[in-house]
Design a protein around this ligand. Structure first.
Ligand code: DX5
Ligand code: ZN
Length: 220
């Protein structure tokens, strides 16, 4: 069994102490940095943009997993590649020509991810799954950290896993929103490969221990 990955979401970090929080993730057992970019149009919130990602990239020593919650993401693919993104995830709901967008991401040397909102059916990926490196299943409505986990996510993971197997794809499944020690085991048992965790990690008192614990549960 391949190892399950943990991706702390920097959205929940302390932005006045960003370098400290990045170094904490560097030192931890976490695998990726999860970076949420929101434009106030696709989602009802604005997070941060290029200068902040540039600052993160400068210090981050692990894979940078960028989750774009923006309309018309094609405009910025090259920019995100230049800023050090290793994985670039766009929303299915924000892309009219998804196949073209994924090819453009790969042309820039990044892995291509597709995120699905909680209401979006897995079936929409039927004809594109073999072109996707990572599917990010939203287990909350995108836009904010600290929301409660949507239970239907377990069903969606199983459906997605079945699709990936049926098509012989090597796509990874990432779960984003409301992940804690309480749901981590069932998420990986359902088929998840990567767990994003924001508030659960950064609001805890011992963040290194929290990450270590979550990783142990995910790989138990
Ligand atoms: C939500 C973001 C998530 C968020 C997760 O729109 O995509 O990555 O930071 O935060 P928690 O783990 O607090 O739900
Ligand atoms: Zn995210």
């Amino acid at each position: 069994m391949s190892s399950k990955l943990i991706a702390p979401s920097i959205l929940a970090a302390d932005f006045a102490n960003l370098q400290r929080d990045i170094e904490m993730v560097n030192q931890s057992e976490a695998d990726w940095f999860h970076i949420d970019i929101m434009d106030g149009v696709f989602v009802p919130n604005i997070s941060f943009g290029m200068p902040v990602l540039q600052a993160i990239s400068k210090h981050a020593k692990k894979t940078i997993d960028v989750h774009l919650m923006i309309v018309d993401p094609d405009r910025y693919i090259k920019t995100f590649a230049n800023l050090g993104s290793n994985i670039l995830t766009v929303h299915y709901e924000a892309c009219t020509h998804l196949h073209r967008t994924l090819q453009a991401i790969k042309t820039e040397g990044m892995q291509a991810g597709v995120a699905l909102n909680p209401h979006t059916n897995i079936n929409v990926l039927e004809d594109i799954i073999n072109d996707i490196d990572l599917v990010c299943l939203m287990s909350v409505n995108p836009g904010f950290g600290g929301q409660s986990f949507i239970e239907n996510t377990y069903n969606k993971i199983q459906q997605l896993k079945a699709l990936i197997n049926r098509k012989g794809a090597s796509t990874r499944i990432e779960i984003d929103g409301g992940v804690t020690d309480k749901n981590a085991k069932l998420l990986v048992d359902s088929g998840a490969d990567v767990l994003v965790a924001g508030s659960y990690v950064f609001k805890s008192t011992n963040q290194l221990d929290t990450i270590k614990g979550l990783k142990a549960i995910a790989n138990s």
